[in-house]
Write a protein that binds this ligand. Sequence first.
Ligand code: FO1
Length: 314
Amino acid sequence: MTGTVLALAGGVGGAKLALGLAHVLDEGELVIVGNTGDDFEHLGLAISPDLDTLLYTLAGLADESRGWGRQDETWKFMAALGRLGGPTWFRLGDSDLALHLERTRRLAAGETLSAVTDGLRRKLGVVSRILPMTDDRVRTRLRCDCGWLDFQDYFVRLRCEPAVQALDYVGAEAARPVPEVIDMLGGEDLRAVVICPSNPFLSIEPILAIPGMRTAIANCRAPVVAVSPVIAGQAVKGPTTKMMRELGLAASASAVACRYADLLDAFVVDEADAAMAAPEGVRLVTARTLMTCLADRRRLAQIVLAAADAEADR
Ligand code: FO1
């Protein structure tokens, strides 16, 4: 099958599947919508971590072990900043710093985040388009027992330790989706929408919270397929299952499926979860969903696309 595949992605898990999709699709067929709820201003810089993870992963520049930032990084700036008494809790490598400075410069010159992101991905040699979920300001905040926290304070400074009681995507209600995304969702050329195995609360639902996004996905002509970020009750990476328990949800692939059920045609789970009951009208697909190498990512991408194509033929 041919046509555009629109992937919704956030952090590391999403970027891994996005890379697999980029490798198995023809040039230009993959468009990725990235979460910007993690964005924040730090040291006067406009930082978009999930967009950066997508940029570096698709450019082959990502540091696999850290899960963020660039490989072969040096840290002279951080060391010098520390000696001056500056904040070093959010670590910015020397090459990574150039990206944040260039994004900040171009935004200050009046460019939109989608224009800046498109310019950066071209400079990094990334063929797939990477679009922010919106060009407007949306910030994920979390209510914990210690009060409301900004996202990076929760995720990095406090290492996801506070118990989460509620989340808020501040600004989402007034945000507008990037027009190109809505056009693609309404278009005849759409082959599939893929919800990548990212944290539902921190990466996917901020995207779905943008007015018009959920409706456009629900009404699009193409099948919608999600991959579970939870395997046998465990998050592959990050605080997903810890948050689910704190929010009073079952820490399970099934609970994730229920959050997207109104959108899904198929849900891909790991073989360990093959016995789960899929929500009404959602086809369950089982696969090895743990991606530890490029071959895993390509294989899972092919399974996701086959699931979408099978739904399209129904
Ligand atoms: N995560 C950390 O745990 N520690 C850091 O010092 C850190 C720095 C950092 C710098 C740039 C960037 O794009 C991401 C960075 N991250 C860091 C990861 C970031 O907090 C997360 O990638 C997302 O916000 C959640 O996926």
